[in-house]
Design a binder for this molecule. Sequence first.
Ligand code: FJE
Ligand code: FE
Length: 336
Amino acid sequence: MNLKSIKDRYLPRLSPIKFNLLVLFGFVCWAIIFHSFLPKININRNMSSSSDQSSVLSKPRSVVKRVIPNAQNEGDGAIVRRSIGSMQLNRLDPFLLLDEFAVSPPAGFPDHPHRGFETVTYMFEGAFTHQDFAGNKGTIRPGDVQWMTAGRGIVHSEMPAGDGVSKGLQLWINLSSEDKMIEPRYQDLLKEDIKRAETDGVEVRIIAGESMGVKSPVFTRTPAMYLDFTLKPGSEWHQSIPESWNAFVYMIEGEGVFGSSDASPAEAHNLLVLGSGDGLKVWNKSSQPLRNEPIAQYGPFVMNTKAEIQKTFEDYHYHKNGFEKASQWRSEPVSR
Ligand code: FJE
Ligand code: FE
């Protein structure tokens, strides 16, 4: 086959190669005291010794349950994937509900009341505007968090701002009986104010609690840790979690291996309940991305530079550098 025939045969059929390889994965890891309503532990003091150079875990936690939430309607036409608070996982003390929401106007969560717990809203895409009966008003955008303590009572609306779809996570955390009637409070965390830390391809945003020696300023009345991790391909992380705390992982994007390295990978929208132990091991086993490599393509030859393509023409034409057998070989007729 000469170059002209290669061109005629293949060029019309080949389009530029696009790699659609998801290389990041993020997960949110929460941990909380098992009997959260008993001791009042200062989370920072409690955590400071434990954290967490991809630390040595003597009793790593395993995944004891996987929940794959179905999309359902909530509020006024809003779509949520409810993992905690569903039939599959009614409660994970003190977590009452976890919704991954996707909402486009005019849908939303119009005026409704809350009492006796906290809501934590973490935005991924779009924007959400919050208004309450005490005159508070604000909009959160991707990467921002609103930590709201409803306490004795709030009536509010949570509506998407802008035309497109708004996405995020909302978690409800119970308040102990003595805290249920406290004054309502907001802790707004803008993306820029959320501390980040990074080592060896592992990035963490510390919304509450501590990781990699970095602490969040958020006060969690019910002791809690909220970490958002992104692991590059091939990286691994060991995160300490206090032994008596309930913990779960929610997968946002990509594929992650949790608990043991031969576990089947978890995908986006999976919630993993962790068993007992002193921490969590996690791997991103996806292969290295090819995204940043340049492409020079001519028909069935795909290299990085034009010079390499020129060299490839020569190699193929003169049967060199890998094409040696091309001079002799012909396929056999296929019997029909
Ligand atoms: C609501 C019950 C509710 N999931 N995710 C009844 F839980 C809600 C509610 C939400 C909610 C709000 C956001 Cl921003 C994200 C959510 C349930 O507020 F509105 C009604 N009527
Ligand atoms: Fe609400």
